[in-house]
Ligand binder design. Sequence first.
Ligand code: M6R
Length: 588
Amino acid sequence: MCGIIGYKGNKNAVEVVLNGLKDLEYRGYDSWGIASLNGGISLVKDVGKVSLITLEDLKLDPSKMAIAHTRWSTHGSVNQTNAHPHFSGNENFALVQNGIVENYQELRGELKEKGYQFNTETDTEVIVRLIEDKLKITNNLKEAIMTAFNKLKGRNAIVVINKENQTIYAARNGSPLMLGIGEDEFILASDPSPLLKHTKNIIFLDDYELVTIGDTYHIYNLQTNQEIQKEIQTLTWDPEQAKKGDYPHFMIKEIMEQKHTIKQALVQDPELIKNLAKEINLAFGVYAVGCGTAGKVCLAGTYAFSDIAKKHINFAFGSEFPNFHHFIQSRSLLIVVSQSGETADTLEAMETVQEKNGKVVSLVNVMGSTIMRKSDYSLLINAGPEIAVCSTKATTSQLALMILLAYAAADRYDEGMVLLKNTADQVGLMLNEEFNNSLQQLAEKIKDQRDIYIIGRGANYAIALEAAIKIQEVSYIHAEGFAGGELKHGPIALIEENTPCIAFVANDETKADILSNAMEIKSRGGYIIGVAPENNEVFNYWIKVPDVSYASPIVNIIPIQILAYYLAIARDLDPDKPRNLAKSVTVK
Ligand code: M6R
């Protein structure tokens, strides 16, 4: 949800922030902008994808200091005026923001009464005018930023470039921000991807912290103005992992990486997994919470815990979880799943539990992310950078860890490891050219369909929901997942001649019933695409997957990720940057 970046150092700052924006583009891609310091502040901004922009297009002189922004609009339409950065009236400073100023209307009203003019429809401009207003009192930009930032409600991060003292200021509360410390250079960004090329030494800023970057950096507590010392951490990701390599898109690259990412997810401290399982068993009320795909993993997890550990776990999407706050107490435990570790709705769910002194265990991909740092215990899923907006490799790693935790909770950790390692091997064999080609042909066949339905039972009901998201977000075909048994209660009325319906038929106790549900659809003209270890006469088309018992959600979702990818290609769409979406949803 918007990417922000700032650079001060010996390289050409304009080039660094332009390339950084391209790395951050998956966070938002409706417009972009750069402010660079070279005597005065020069500003270039436009609508569209920054990935199409070259250094020459910018016509900016090389400089040592710049800030930049790629936007996913929240307040105000997508146009050049609303694109960030936003200038102060005297053009002494410019500012970029990631987040939402929830009290912007109130602040804007107060500022208007004081005579301030507004040129944009954004909530960001309120921050600029507020800083200008505070400057009239203190005449010190750092203090003005602090006072203004403390008045903002909501989750926000800002970066400010100042002409007079050639300093960059950045502050955060709720939205991610990190500082990379290179040799004679400093780089600020919303996530690690643009930092990797420059340095692996990172300071993760916490809420209510402000950093100043002049000749060196200083970090302050925003509320007390006290300087603080923070630990420099080392990023484990490799810059090569964040590149497309020979693949045409990140989405297919990341799908294919599942040949080894599931194995990597299993590289955990066995004692930690067993201890977490103990915490889960001892807790009074366990909730699995995530959003979007991560939410579907949580739902699948509730079935894994039920089937394997005979343990009841509640599920809620992050945005719905606060409704259950009445049932949270100090012995409650939240299992949080998030690729980015920055999803605002998920963070809010965590806060709901932590306010009542409950515990949080998280499964995250991004090291140092807010969710990771705010959790009582955290497991890194080790999938490496996931750049495509559509989550693929993170999903199967999260599923693997959920299933492993369920086995550990049943005191069958070793058995779980054997199953999951075998599943990872089977995925390695399944992901080959022939498999992909067959799915590409299937995509060609169904690419013009108006609707696709997906059914599953048990954990594969969650996978039916996840498969629907995959198809929706990259192909824009209406896709909907159902519990197999629910169709006859209404949705079956939607089935027409040749309507494609994907049925997940795992070799488990749900098999007979899901096959009956598939037959009910076929009898009404549906075209049945069976995802199963064995063929069946009810299938019009069979996608063969390995038989891996309780790990079936892992092998079942992969062919649908590939199908979704090829549906996007067949419909001439960019699978890496679906319309209206952003990779990391840091607003509510
Ligand atoms: O970073 P998170 O896992 O917390 O993100 C949650 C969702 O926003 C994310 O899974 C989203 O649904 C993906 N675009 C799905 O492919």
